[in-house]
Structure formats: C-alpha cells, structure tokens
Design a binder for this molecule. Structure first.
Ligand code: USQ
Length: 396
C-alpha cells in the first residue's frame, strides 16, 4: 500500500510510519514539525534524545534497507499543497495524526485554545475536502480519542462509536442508531468531537471511506522498529502539558519525584501500549469500510485503570512516593469506565498488558534517560477554568 502519514514526526506518527514501512508499505510522512517547535515554545525536551528527521530517515534506511519519503507541509494551512500531493501520489490510504494532541496545552490560554481549534479543525476538513477534490478513492484513518465520549457513563459500557436507540413514531417504537453523545473535557478533546461530525458528513455526502480510532491514553515509548537503533528512538513527554499520566509516573519514579496524582486520583481512564497502537493502525488499514458505509469506529484501548491505582502500582514496583496534588483540570473527581473493544480483538489484536510491560518500560526508558529530565517542568500548570485561574477551585 502507499500510505501518507500526516503528522509522521510525532509520538504516534513516527512509530506507525516505521511499522508500516517494515511491513512493506510505501510510506510518505507529511509534517510541519510543529511538535518540535512547541517543545521550544515550552522550553522542554523529550526525555529520550530524538533525532532530526534527516537522521531518522537515514538510520531507518541503514537498518531496514527501506526508504521513507518526507514532505514538509502544513496540512491545516496549505490546502493547495495537500491537494497537489494527493493528486500526484494517489495514495491508497491516509493516516491522520496531524493534530495538536495535548489537553493541557489546549487549555493554557486563549491563544492555545484558538491554535488548537484552528489547527485541528482545519487540518481535518482540509484532508476530507482534498480527498473529494482529488477524485481518488483514499481510505482515511484518523486518530481520535476516547475523550469524545466523556468518561462518566452511569455504569453503561461505552459502545464502539454508535448508540442503538428506540424512537417513538406514529407506528410505535423504531430502532435506530446515533453517534454516541459527546462530552469533551478540554478544547483539544472538543476538536475530536468536531472531527466526528465532519467524518459523518463526508461519509454520507461523498461516500468517503473513513475509519475513526477512539484511542485511550498511550503508555510506553518504543516499538519493535524504534528499538532497532538509538537514532530511531521515539519521543517521551513528561512535562505538565504533554506528558500523559502513566508515562509521567514512570519518569517521576525514575527521578525520585513524588507521583503527581490529581485530586483524589479517582479518574478512570482507558489505556493502550504504543506497540498495540501501531498494530491497530495496521488492522484498520487492512479492514477499510466500503464506499457508502457509515464511518467505521473502533475503541482503540485495551485496559481501564484508575489514576490512584496506577500510582499505587508504580509506587509498589519502584518505592516512589505518591502525592495528591490539587487537580488543575475541570473533570469528575471519581468515575467508572467500562468500554467495549471487541472490534480490534475480533480482528486479532493480542494486547500487551500493564502487568507484563511496566517494569521493562521503567528500566528501558524512564530510568535510562532520567538524567535528561528538567524537574522544574514536571508540575502541571495549565488551569482549566477562569475561576481556577482566579484562585478558586473548579466546581465538578
Ligand atoms: N493526571 C494525573 N496526574 C498527572 C497527569 C494526569 O492525575 O500527572 C490525570 C488527569 O487529571 C486525567 C488523567 O490523569 O484525569 C489522564 O490525563 P492524561 O494527561 O494522561 O490524558 P489526557 O489529557 O486525557 O490526554 C491523553 C492524550 C490525548 C488522548 C487522550 C486519550 O494526550 O492525545 O486523546 O489521552 S483519553 O484520555 O482516553 O481521552
């Protein structure tokens, strides 16, 4: 397959590009390198020493004998460049990671909220519009989020995208289905909600073939391919804006920083290992919807865990201390989360569990590069609401 990976320089895009190249796909990375510029803006670096794209490509060619092409292009703002690329390359599929993916970053200020909306919504619409205008039948695979659902479901298991309902009509109750009602918890998550509506529209109107992956929180850093050579290493974010909860706890344990549990740590979230993420992308590519089908939605997660239980687990494995810190976010203090993920399991996903992989992760990454950490960047400082910014805790 010829595959365009939009956002192929990022945390998910890079390992996915290597995984697909390794299986023989012709991979073209399209990226504007914004993630590296945001590091500069925030004055922080990946814990792992990531290389430039030039070095990454050369290393991959050396190690695998395969080439990955790279096109520097801003998908959100260079529509004509994107359209010309689709016309010229005529890819079989596009994987769309070209969105700003951090909830805390999206909530930092008005500027960051507007940047996230502008970048993510424009990028998605440009991709959809360009597929239509190119005239090619390109399967679009988008990395969405579990956060479109919200996390409190009153005990109901979250289905894969669609909710079956009964509506009263003159002829009695009629069964139908709707997109599961959305309840985003940040401006970032809201952009993925807006994406969902655009996907539904283009699948209906132009019969585009679209797969939307509602992904949980990734843990882990490297995949089979990124481990082949240190120059291929994936990024590891630990700072208060981009670091996600479990990887932050692993890094904090490695540097002797008390694990930063927000509030009571009663938030339950969905998780998936990075190796399983790339496998899911492959499965999604191999199983496209047909033209005219509704958007195919998968819940891309393998386990759910409560934040304080994760902290306790990491503390038990490493001897780290746990600290309950005030929650900078507006989110439910406690929630249950039950999620269906039968689609990927039925298509052969064999998940890596936390119990198998956690210790290896601490030793291989967090511990190995601990001396590169800047401890001053650990606290999460992005406050969700104007009341919090004025010093009043958020109401839940
Ligand atoms: N949390 C802590 N301590 C920390 C960091 C986070 O208690 O030091 C808590 C947060 O308050 C939140 C939970 O852990 O309740 C998850 O936070 P996170 O930063 O790990 O994840 P989130 O902001 O939801 O975003 C991440 C990715 C995003 C992806 C999403 C999947 O950055 O791209 O879409 O996970 S999901 O959470 O399932 O929506």
């Amino acid at each position: 397959m010829k595959v365009l990976v939009l956002g192929g320089d990022g945390f998910c895009g890079w390992p996915a590009s290597l995984h697909l190249s390794a299986r023989g796909d012709e991979v073209i990375i399209v990226d504007n390198f914004s993630r590296r510029r945001i590091d500069e803006e925030l004055g922080v670096q990946s814990l792992t020493p990531i290389r430039t794209m030039v070095e990454r490509r050369a290393a991959w060619q050396e190690v695998s004998g395969r080439a990955i092409s790279v096109v520097e292009l801003d998908v959100a703002h260079d529509y004509h460049g994107l359209l010309a690329l689709l016309r010229e390359e005529c890819p079989d599929a596009i994987i769309h990671y070209a969105e700003q993916r951090a909830a805390p970053y999206s909530m930092k200020s008005g500027k960051h909220k507007r940047y996230t909306i502008d970048n993510n919504v424009n990028a998605t619409h440009n991709v959809l519009c360009a597929i239509v205008e190119s005239g090619h039948d390109i399967h679009l695979v988008h990395l969405g989020t579990m956060g479109v659902y919200g996390y409190g479901t009153a005990g109901m298991a979250i289905p894969e995208g669609y909710l079956g309902i009964q509506v009263p009509t003159d002829d009695g109750l009629v069964e139908t289905e709707i997109l599961y009602p959305t309840n985003p918890g940040s401006v970032y998550h809201m952009t993925k909600v807006l994406d969902q509506t655009m996907f539904a529209y283009y699948a209906k109107n132009d019969e585009l073939r679209i797969t939307d992956l509602h992904q949980g929180i990734i843990w882990g850093t490297n995949t089979i391919q990124t481990k082949l050579d240190e120059r291929l290493i994936n990024r590891f974010d630990y700072d208060g804006d981009y670091g996600t909860v479990l990887n932050r706890f692993l890094m904090q344990a490695a540097v002797g920083y008390p694990l930063t549990v927000h509030g009571t740590g009663g938030q339950t979230r969905a998780f998936i290992h990075i190796q399983d993420m790339v496998r899911c992308i492959e499965i999604a590519l191999n199983n496209p919807p047909a033209a005219g089908d509704k958007v195919k939605i998968f819940n891309q997660m393998t386990e759910t865990h409560r934040v304080r239980d994760l902290a306790a687990l990491v503390a038990e494995l490493t001897g780290a201390e746990v600290e309950m810190v005030p929650d900078p976010r507006k989110e439910a203090a406690e929630n249950e989360l039950i999620v269906h993920n039968d689609n990927f399991l039925a298509l052969g996903l064999d998940p890596i569990t936390l119990s198998e992989g956690l210790l290896m992760e601490i030793n291989e990454t967090a511990g190995r590069y601990a001396d590169r950490a800047d401890l001053s960047r650990i606290p999460a400082t992005s406050l969700w609401t104007r009341h919090q910014q004025a010093g009043v805790p958020a109401s839940r």
